[in-house]
Write a protein that binds this ligand. Structure first.
Ligand code: ADP
Length: 547
């Protein structure tokens, strides 16, 4: 049985470890996948945010550009050209005003031009299509920009002349002077041009991320990292990133859109990345349901297996107790039967009937044995009765001193050991309201045990005291005591303290269970304090009056 139990334990440990390992593996894999998706989503969100910023800017300048391109002073010339070698029909767009006559028109195709025409919901005019297209085609924007710039510079010609006068002795050539004017004059940079619409970018990025990860509670926990230079590919060390548990986006080029009219110089290009510090916390918060479920599953499986093992252990213990009980009962029942058989045989075979004194003795022995047998059968039957809760207490007022003295006398008569029993009613309790038969049995059981489990000379001290509304009986012996680890089981049915392989003291293991049951049925309780080789003290409290 023990071996089988070890096998069950071993198998369940393997099973549990397997389940836990598998759960951990799945959780970890799910986390890794989520992290990869999260990193990818940062890039998607950043692209969306940049597009939104761009769109905002276009929307804000669209009206102005269309208005200026529609000015009668500005001419937009569309020419179709047919390439001899290809079947594509090309389109040339020329922009001119009284300051600028573009020498080289911008070349595109008709389908491309139509694509931008269709982007505009209403029936679009040519200036509207050119404005729209210029947002997406830098060369065309350059042309638009050039035509506007010169127009603007000319309208500011007084300032320009003054400027040139002031800088006439500087070695700069006229082109440089123009550029200076363009950059610091009409289209002057805003003082904080770098952060100019980064607030918007921040907001758009956060919104896009929130849409992609609505359950992530740390979605706002990022920072935008700006730099003037692209990060060299070698510095993008994914291992390093992994170690820090950052979630990184790619580096995006970012142009402050106010630069749109300026030449495309490295100065107006910034690089931006969104960096999530402690992204793992947010990712885990998205997985909270999965984590809870898998935690619950592990705990539940553990509980189930623990419960199964506990049941097996209990069953095993019960089987052992049952075997013990049957062994003891066989002994207990056989002894009186054998004694009575011998007595009857003695009377029959050896002419015992002619000897009245012998007959009397044999009959007395048989009676004693029968009464012991009766007691034993009652004990067993009682347990069966408690099991189906059939015991009904018949309460009456009991003169406690009389009862105690009477049963102490009976116990002294019964035993062959050298016994001294003292009884003191310390608080002078007169009567107790209880079931007399059962109270008597309780006391008999406890005194019986005190005698049974003691070495001679047996010294038993019984004290009766009053505590609150209870009569408290203390039965103290100088016997072998009960080992600490058995104390909590001592009142369990069939439980006996093992005494090696042989039980030198006979018993059923039912007595104390009966004591506990009856004490509790009266509304009282029973407890024990014991030290091995020193003795035990059983305490039974019974309510003085039953309400
Ligand atoms: P039984 O005496 O028939 O075995 P009980 O239920 O009366 O059954 O007692 C259960 C066990 O408690 C006993 O087997 C014994 O090991 C232990 N026990 C009970 N009373 C005493 C005592 N006074 N001293 C030492 N051990 C005791």
């Amino acid at each position: 049985m023990k071996k089988k139990l070890y096998i069950v334990l071993f198998l369940t440990t393997i099973l549990l470890s397997g389940i836990i390992a598998l759960q951990l593996y799945w959780t970890f894999t799910a986390y890794k996948l989520n992290k990869e998706k999260f990193d990818g989503d940062i890039n998607v969100a950043m692209q969306r945010a940049l597009d939104s910023c761009k769109k905002d800017y276009f929307d804000s300048i669209r009206v102005v550009i269309v208005k200026r391109l529609s000015d009668p002073g500005t001419k937009i010339k569309l020419d179709t050209i047919r390439d001899q070698d290809t079947i594509h029909v090309g389109l040339e767009i020329g922009i001119s005003n009284k300051y600028v006559g573009m020498s080289k028109p911008f070349q595109t195709t008709i389908p491309k031009f139509n694509h931008y025409r269709q982007k505009i919901a209403h029936k679009a005019t040519v200036p509207e299509v050119v404005a729209e297209m210029s947002f997406y085609v830098p060369q065309l924007m350059d042309m638009v920009e050039m035509s506007f710039s010169f127009e603007d510079i000319s309208s500011h010609s007084v300032q320009l002349r003054d400027f040139l006068k002031a800088h006439s002795n500087e070695p700069s050539d006229s082109v440089m002077a123009h550029n200076n004017i363009i950059q610091s004059g009409v289209y002057e940079l805003p003082p904080n041009y770098r952060g100019a619409d980064s607030v918007k970018l921040h907001r758009y990025f956060k919104e896009a991320m929130r849409q992609l990860h609505p359950k992530n509670r740390r979605i706002g926990d990022f920072s935008m990292v700006w730099s003037d230079m692209p990060i060299p590919a070698s510095d993008f060390d994914p291992h390093h990133v992994e170690q820090l548990r950052y979630s990184e986006s790619e580096q995006f080029t970012y142009k402050y859109h106010g630069f749109l009219f300026l030449q495309d110089t490295p100065k107006n290009t910034l690089y931006v990345r969104a960096v999530y510090d402690r992204a793992q916390v947010g990712i885990l918060s998205e997985m909270v349901l999965i984590l809870c479920l898998s935690g619950f599953l592990i705990v539940f499986t553990k509980f189930c297996l623990f419960y199964i093992i506990l049941t097996i252990v209990k069953q095993k213990k019960l089987t052992e107790l049952k075997d013990d009980f049957i062994n003891n009962m066989t002994h207990e029942l056989k002894t009186p039967i054998a004694t009575i058989t011998v007595a009857i045989e003695g009377l029959q075979k050896f002419n015992g009937l002619n000897d009245p004194e012998k007959t009397q003795r044999y009959l007395q022995t048989s009676r004693n044995e029968l009464s012991r047998l009766d007691g034993l059968v009652t004990k067993v039957l009682n347990v069966a009765a408690f099991e189906s809760k059939k015991v009904v207490l018949v309460k009456e007022k009991i003169a406690i001193d009389d009862l105690m003295n009477e049963l102490i006398e009976a116990e002294k008569q019964k035993t062959t050991k050298e016994v001294s029993i003292s009884y003191i009613n310390r608080d002078g309790i007169g009567e107790i309201e209880a079931d007399k038969v059962h109270l008597r049995n309780i006391m008999l059981n406890l005194i019986d045990n005190a005698i049974k489990y003691a070495t001679e000379p047996v010294d038993i001290k019984i004290n009766l005291t009053k505590h609150n509304k209870y009569a408290v009986f203390s039965i103290k012996d100088n016997g072998m005591g009960i080992p600490a680890k058995h104390i909590k089981y001592i009142f369990d049915k069939f439980h006996r303290v093992p005494a090696g392989n042989v039980h030198n003291v006979k018993g059923t293991g039912l007595g104390l269970n009966y004591v506990k049951y009856i004490a509790e049925a009266h509304g009282g309780k029973v407890s024990v304090a014991s030290k091995v080789n020193k003795g035990s003290e059983f305490t039974v409290s019974i309510p003085l009056k039953n309400g």
